[in-house]
Design a protein around this ligand. Structure first.
Ligand SMILES: *Cc1c(COP(=O)(O)O)cnc(C)c1O
Length: 972
């Protein structure tokens, strides 16, 4: 048995016994063994981990110790989580309002959601080793565009209400901020209205909520309209005429739709919508107490360049074969900064992939059948209720029927309570007191009988009711869908489980995940996603709760989230927490809104300048703009630290209107800026607040934290530091923590759990707890690590990075750091000089690493022409050495070009990556061997990972934008 250990600091014998236990999670989480730790410390020239930390960290930012809590083993953690989950009550949920029960096909649950090949990869920036999920995301886009009858769809947004808010912003941008009103139909989901309102406020947009009949479409100030075709109480609308009139005045027409309804009801595209949004949740993703779920935005050609989030498109590779990659906005935020169209970085890729496979499994005919069955169940119930004298409020519907219960024998609340007693949740609108019942794939005859019994029917005769239901029509003929959709091969050829399993496997084989080797992406913290921590996700106790279920059914969630929040507050050195934001970027936006609300509460609402250092992540300026702030960039010095003189000058210059500083710590250059306390004090002195981007928290936990360096608010990326897998581009959780004076302004939620401060600025996610179900992952991780283990992770994150730096610094220049300097958890390799000496660019090195069996480090961010490496604490010495060896070998390959032994425009680097097709081709006329191309070191003989396509031509793809999968038939 491998005996591992965790602390090199001579631990007390009692501790040693504990740490050698085979069931201690930390021993499995940390890569280096005890012996390797000693070797690595020697390499970096330190005696102990503690000494390394003291050398790396400035002494004036060290924190008081974390509140002590002991670690539990994996087994203990699982039974603890079971008991927490046991406090949640799982009822049959027919609440609807954007969340519906569905059946996750086991073949998708096991092969996608529970499969590390799908959940461990990063966003597909390195497209040549991501063709599997890119093809799947293309399927998602095609499916959504087909069902909604739009030209193009993006590859997921965070949730439906966020997508609704993006519609407002898109309309505003379309009219270049010249039209400042936006109309929203009053029967749209309440969370969508709230999110639109919240997002509109800092933009100065006036949101008009009302009856579409009274909308003033000729108002020259009106930028767009937002309606919902199957509205909150279930009624169906045909907006064809309304859209035609709106368009006549140049108004952008946006519609929220139900994807399943659209399979049998006239799709919004056929009504003339410009932009269509919605959630794909009921296509096979669990309720999860609110998330994560994939939302979408589909649009006509005219609007594609304003689309937020990601669009996947087809281009071609170096051999001229079709190849898929993210189109238009690859890293666009880093280039456009405050001019970016959106702040979305992490989206919902994993969920979108599940939805796409659900669509493929059922195919167009299966989806229509599902929709029809759901529709029949709703009719059956409505007929039963009519026979009891309760007439539905909506005479058209797909799956949702509403009742008033006015003047009857019992009230709406009585009815809902009776249903709960019989095990079913229905929705009671808190304003109108109307009851809505939504039917779904998982609703049975028994459920319908129960609902009718709760209304007073003693023995429902389902057969008789069905006969009546069959005779009524509640989708008028003009609203029935006649057009075909999803006719492509991929949606019609994987009907058997065996076929679908093989298709899923065929795609995953093309993708590089943590399953293959390290993903040393700087700033992304691609650490272990522990299997034990993933378990609770698949338990109904956590994934079958509706976000609007009564509070007393979510006691387990409430207790867990409360404890998680307290731990995150302690870790960051803050006082209050919101876990609502469902990505890091949404956390940024949320934190900045909190700061604005604070200034406003003090009569200083005019403070609108946000200082952001040059080195910031691209989402920072984009989020600042969404929060209505004016971005002022602060310079960095050649050594990477913030230019204090420039900082001071900008503070002075903007003293009157300074809202805040937004800074990442340690900086995205991998440096603990020694002047951080000076910087934050300077901002406070000039009346500003300090926002700390905590995405790099992996270098801080247990040693310092945003609250110990002068921060007032920070966000964390639970999908980085706290082990939620990245899912190939989402989901994520981006909670914020704040100091006490900002706590009153934390976001609330129209429905669901009561959250937020006393003066909330609004809402940032559709559900009160955002992507609630995946917080179980971070909670499990923290529970398994304990307070001491959290700190150990930081020590190893810093050791691993410094060890790699040491191994590489003889061969490459490390940006900003000399030989005797220590980096934090990441560092930047400078490859810019090779452009001059050998015509070799950072991209060539990144692609060549694929031939060696690696995912490239972060490319071109934060410094153009460089590679940023972050190994995390989870990587073993063997893997670190493998990466170092590969990079050193690549340096020799560059030297061969520098010497002129290899031509500058035709060498192993410029031609990388090499596919199997390329090296086994009959023709070979390159100035290097096939062996060198594909098997540069002996390691590849044992474990070769083949890129499935050659270098992709992105420019070609952007010029010939193709974002649906018909031309790809050849793959299927
Ligand atoms: C990853 C990251 C973000 C954005 O987080 P998302 O969850 O992708 O939105 C912001 N800032 C920094 C420094 C990051 O590394």
């Amino acid at each position: 048995m491998l005996r591992r250990f965790l602390s090199v600091r001579a631990a007390a014998p009692a501790l040693l016994v504990r740490y050698t236990s085979t069931d201690v999670f930390l021993n499995r989480h940390i890569g280096p063994t005890r012996k390797e730790t000693a070797e690595m410390l020697k390499t970096v020239g330190k005696e102990s981990l503690a000494e390394l930390m003291t050398s790396a960290l400035p002494s004036d930012i060290l924190r008081t110790p974390l509140n002590t809590f002991k670690s539990l083993s994996e087994t203990e953690t699982l039974s603890f989580l079971k008991s927490v989950g046991g406090q949640n009550k799982v009822l049959k949920n027919m609440i609807g309002q954007g969340y519906y029960e569905c059946i996750v096909p086991p073949v998708i649950l096991r092969n996608v959601l529970e499969n590390p090949m799908w959940y461990t990869p990063y966003t597909p920036y390195q497209a040549e080793i991501s063709q599997g999920r890119l093809e799947s995301l293309l399927n998602f886009q095609t499916m959504v565009a087909d069902i909604t009858k739009m030209d193009i769809s993006n590859a997921s947004l965070l949730d439906e209400a966020t997508a609704a808010a993006e519609c407002m912003y898109l309309s505003l941008n379309h009219h270049r901020h010249k039209r400042m009103k936006f109309f929203v139909a009053q029967d749209v989901f309440a969370a969508s209205i709230e999110m639109i309102r919240t997002r509109a406020l800092p933009q100065g947009v006036e949101v008009l909520v009302g009856d579409v009949a009274n909308a003033d479409l000729a108002d020259p100030q009106l930028s767009g309209v937002f309606v919902q075709t199957s509205c909150a109480n279930g009624g169906l609308h045909d907006y064809t005429d309304f859209f035609a009139r709106a368009k006549a005045s140049g108004v952008v027409c946006c519609a929220a739709v139900d994807l399943l309804a659209s399979c049998i009801v006239k799709p919004a595209g056929e009504m003339g919508a410009d932009v269509v949004v919605g959630s794909a949740q009921r296509f096979g993703t669990p309720l999860g107490y609110g998330g994560p779920h994939a939302a979408f935005m589909a649009m006509t050609e005219d609007f594609k360049r304003l689309s937020p989030g990601r669009i996947v498109g087809i281009s071609k590779d170096s051999a001229g074969d079709p190849a898929i990659r993210m189109a238009l906005q690859t890293r666009e935020q880093h280039i456009k900064r405050e001019r970016a169209t959106s702040n979305i970085c992490t989206a919902q890729a994993l969920l979108a992939n599940m939805n796409a496979f659900f669509g493929i499994y059922h195919g167009p005919e299966g989806l229509k059948q599902l929709a029809n069955e759901i529709h029949c169940k709703a009719k059956l119930f409505a007929v039963g209720m009519e026979s009891l004298g309760f007439t539905p409020l909506n005479n058209t519907y797909f799956d949702t029927v509403s009742f008033a219960f006015e003047g009857g024998a019992f009230t709406a609340e009585d009815y809902a309570q009776r249903c709960i007693e019989k095990g079913i949740n229905v929705f009671v609108n808190p304003k109108t007191k109307h009851v809505s019942v939504s039917f779904d794939e998982a609703t049975t005859e028994d459920h319908i009988s129960t609902l009718l019994q709760a209304a007073g029917m003693t023995t429902p005769n389902i057969e008789a009711l069905t006969r009546v239901a069959d005779t009524i029509v509640v989708v008028p003929e003009s609203l029935q869908r006649t057009s075909k959709f999803m006719q492509g091969n991929v949606f019609n050829s994987h009907k058997s489980e065996l076929e679908l399993m093989r298709y899923i496997q065929r795609l995953q084989r093309k993708d590089y995940g943590l399953t293959h080797g390290m993903i040393p992406l700087g700033s992304c913290t691609m650490k272990l996603n522990p299997a034990a921590a993933m378990r609770a996700l698949s338990w109904p106790e956590f994934n079958a709760l509706h976000p609007y279920a009564p509070d007393d059914q979510a006691r387990g969630y409430n207790a867990m989230i409360l404890d998680l929040k307290q731990k995150l507050c302690d870790i960051t050195g803050m006082a209050a927490c919101s876990i609502q934001p469902n990505s890091g970027a949404q956390g940024e936006y949320c934190g900045l809104r909190v700061i604005r609300a604070y200034h406003e509460s003090r009569g200083e609402g005019h403070r609108n300048v946000c200082l952001i250092p040059m080195s910031a992540h691209g989402t920072n300026p984009a989020s600042a703009v969404l929060a209505g702030l004016k971005v002022v960039t602060v310079k960095c010095l050649d050594n990477g630290s913030v230019d204090l003189a420039d900082m001071e000058a900008k503070c002075k210059k903007h003293e009157k209107e300074l809202a805040c500083l937004m800074i990442t710590y340690p900086s995205t250059y991998g440096l603990y800026d020694r002047d951080i306390r000076k910087i934050t004090s300077m901002v406070h002195e000039h009346g500003g607040q300090c926002y700390i981007d905590g995405a790099n928290l992996n270098a801080l936990v247990g040693y310092t934290g945003p609250g110990f360096i002068g921060g007032d608010v920070c966000h964390m990326n639970l999908h980085k530091t706290f082990s939620i897998p990245h899912g190939g581009g989402g989901p994520g959780v981006g909670p914020i923590t704040v100091r006490q004076h900002l706590a009153p302004f934390l976001p609330n939620s129209v429905y669901g759990a009561s959250v937020g401060g006393s003066q909330p600025f609004g809402q940032v996610s559709q559900a009160a707890y955002g992507s609630a179900s995946i917080t179980t992952i971070s909670y499990a991780l923290i529970t398994m690590l304990g307070s001491r283990g959290l700190k150990t992770c930081t020590e190893y994150a810093v050791l691993n990075a410094n060890y790699l730096k040491k191994r590489l610094e003889e061969h490459y220049t490390i940006c900003f750091l000399g030989h005797s300097d220590f980096c934090a958890h990441e560092f930047i390799l400078d490859v810019r000089p090779f452009k001059r000496t050998a015509h070799i660019e950072a991209e060539d090195v990144a692609k060549r690493l694929m031939d060696y069996g690696f995912h490239a480090p972060t490319l071109a961010f934060p410094v153009v022409g460089t590679l940023m490496i972050e190994p995390t604490e989870s990587e073993s010495k063997r893997e670190l050495d493998r990466l170092a060896d590969a990079l050193i070998s690549i340096r020799r390959e560059i030297a061969a070009v520098e010497r002129g032994d290899q031509p500058k425009d035709n060498n192993v680097l410029t031609n990388a990556p090499h596919t199997a097709k390329c090296v086994t081709g009959d023709e070979w006329n390159r100035p290097y061997s096939r062996q060198l191309a594909a098997y540069p070191t002996h390691h590849q003989y044992r474990e070769k990972f083949w890129p499935s396509v050659g270098r992709i031509d992105s420019t070609y793809g952007d010029r010939n934008l193709m974002c649906s999968c018909l031309p790809l038939e050849f793959y299927n």
